[in-house]
Ligand binder design. Structure first.
Ligand SMILES: C[S@@+](CC[C@H](N)C(=O)[O-])C[C@H]1O[C@@H](n2cnc3c(N)ncnc32)[C@H](O)[C@@H]1O
Length: 224
């Protein structure tokens, strides 16, 4: 690189993008409700809803009381949609890109979402030891395999018993590799929730907690 090359270009996961802002509005329909978003340059899917994210949103079932983590939220499409379904629950949206995080915050407000919050930080850092019913993500494949495997390996520690990791990806992003990795390492069933246009939505469910034995059974077990 020479001095004339200037600073390296932003990636969508640059912490503080330098590209000139060029905000625009977009909308999409989620289960009968028209959602409205502001998007900008320097963030993922700055021109419109990513087709992988659209598949994920379509396949993802969120219950009204669920606690949901939208990891790597971008401008917040998935997090806003999840918060609409989890209307008696809560959603945490995390992001490393500060411009994206600000957009996600703005987009929660635009859509009247009060049961969700945006936190800035890497992977599970912003949620400490919190656990969720659902972790949903369109992961940052371009950040590299090591990071994605760190995400997959870290997910069980942030799920409640019976909780689900739901992720989307396509062939060129290595989704078959990650599916096989999950099938080998995940403590519970892994299935394909949906597929289309080269994308797969995977769901990995953590085994439910074993119920503690009733007191009488416990006494018998102690006596042998
Ligand atoms: C493929 S994009 C998906 C964005 C958004 N969920 C969507 O579907 O439109 C992945 C997002 O993860 C963010 N990201 C990258 N590295 C991350 C990390 N280490 N921890 C959390 N988020 C990260 C990126 O900035 C980007 O917004």
């Amino acid at each position: 690189m020479t001095a004339d090359d200037g600073p390296p270009a932003d990636t969508y996961f640059t912490e503080r993008p330098r590209s000139r802002s060029s905000r625009r509005e977009l909308r999409f329909l989620y289960r009968g409700e028209l959602l409205s978003f502001v998007v900008d340059r320097g963030v993922f899917a700055s021109h419109g809803l990513d087709p992988g994210t659209a598949h994920l949103i379509e396949c993802l079932e969120v219950k009204p009381r669920d606690l949901v983590l939208d990891l790597g939220t971008g401008w917040g499409a998935l997090g806003v949609a999840a918060a609409k379904s989890a209307h008696a629950g809560r959603v945490v949206l995390t992001e490393v890109n500060r411009r994206a995080a600000r957009l996600a915050e703005e987009n929660l407000l635009r859509n009247g979402v009060s049961n969700a919050e945006v936190r800035v930080g890497r992977l599970f850092e912003p949620v400490g030891t919190e656990t969720f019913d659902v972790i949903a993500t369109n992961p940052p494949y371009r950040a590299g395999r090591e990071l994605i495997l760190e995400l997959l390996a870290g997910a069980p520690g942030h799920l409640k018993p019976g909780g689900r990791l739901v992720l989307v990806g396509k062939g060129s992003q290595g989704i078959r590799f990650y599916q096989e990795w999950l099938e080998e390492h995940w403590a519970g069933p892994v299935r394909v929730l949906g597929r289309g246009s080269g994308y797969r939505v995977l769901e990995a469910t953590l085994a439910p907690a074993r119920a503690a034995p009733a007191p009488a059974i416990r006494r018998r077990l102690r006596r042998g």
